[in-house]
Design a protein around this ligand. Sequence first.
Ligand code: SAH
Ligand code: SF4
Ligand code: F3S
Length: 480
Amino acid sequence: MYQDIKLDEIDINLNPPTEEPGRQYYFMAKCRERTRVFERERGRLPKACVVNMGCQMNARDSEKLLGILREAGYEASEEEQADFVIYNTCTVRDNANQKVYGRLGVLNGHKKRNPGMRIALCGCMTQEPSALKKIRQSYPFVDLIFGTHNIYKFAELLDAMYESRGTVVDIWEEADRIVEDLPLERKYAFKSGINIMFGCNNFCSYCIVPNVRGRERSREPGDILREMEGLVSEGVTEIMLLGQNVNSYGKTLEEPMSFAQLLREAEGIEGLRRIRFMTSHPKDLSEELIEVMKGSSKICRHLHLPLQSGSTRILEAMNRRYTKEQYVELALRIRREIPDIAITTDIIVGFPGETEADVEETLDVIRRVKFDNAFTFVYSKRTGTPAAKMEQVPKEQVKVWFDRVLRLVQETARERALLCRGQVSEALVEEVNENDPSMVTGRLSNNLLVHFPGDEELIGKLVSVSLDECHGFYYIGHRA
Ligand code: SAH
Ligand code: SF4
Ligand code: F3S
């Protein structure tokens, strides 16, 4: 494991090794030497800020970036004070890209006041040729740009950036391998995400993710379980298994293994109290998974099952490979088998060719399944996806539909949340309440939040809470 490698024992006067992750530790040692010089000259450590702009997978990548920066001798700071800022970008919808452009403008102002400052971009947006071109043309003050497939090389790229006068750009079209055992800096002491697979093979017709994250690759179960055990030994009690489509985990391994089998193995890890996972594609959700969830005392009572649309016609155009009826049947079966489960979803409104009748179908599914929560998105046209070439729906029309869908999902979510009133449930305490320091915030197995009287001491602990007052998406309670 990486903890065993002593950076100060690495001779940086020798040539860098060729094997990984050893090569990256060499560059971390080299970067650390540079931060020592900085410290001697400036009387303080250099400060770094990693800004995460994407999904849980991006958040996990940000922890890897922070881990490497920590090894290299940086101190974490806010963006305004940082000597090195890196944006870990998302490009799933166009507004994510616009946010990056806006913030880069502001960052340029900071850089003018602090000329030694360096700016880097990585993540999904840099994998998109049109975005990359725009960044290179309009934001020449960015010092380092790399993508999703070579993030394991961050230490080496950081060193190259300081050695170079111009912008260092390194974008790969495909991943060449999965590099294990690099450092990590976890955001929370008591819970963690962990990648079980990378990329996606589904090519939903609206989605840019397969283009920017590459083909589906599963990590070896042994590596995953070893990492989980390591986390538990460090005090982690809740682990979220991450993948674009966890239900197809293991299919590409030399010795294929199902996601349900992986969960069974994970269940056996002593000291691990809660297991979550994201995301489940309905077309690949197996009977075996339902069985494993049903019989498990650790897998949380929450399933995120993206619907996208309730219209079979639109689902077909989206290349989702299930029908409205198949989705409803699956969701209701899960509700029957595991009655206390929360089902949440993603819905896109305004997909090309969508009509009022299609939106009615979506509303019908919401009424029948009664989602516990739903992320509702306005369709965003992504260059390079098949849907970008289809006939787009006028924006004003989409807005009207969007509001209707949103109102209904809020109604069903409230209705579902109310069902827990008066129950006593176990909450994992995550933080002291921002608005009221006499309260803490905990998360229930079904993903609902509960605020109740308590202090810092409780953070990371599982406590029994009585759910007293329902406020739609959260509860106010007291320790039972
Ligand atoms: N792999 C996951 C989703 C990853 S993206 C899955 O298939 O469930 C998260 C969500 O963003 C998607 O579920 C979808 O609802 C939304 N999304 C993806 N592309 C989009 C686009 N072009 N416009 C609007 N929403 C989009
Ligand atoms: Fe995108 Fe579909 Fe893959 Fe999810 S499953 S990442 S929506 S292509
Ligand atoms: Fe965004 Fe990339 Fe995640 S595009 S949603 S950060 S996989």
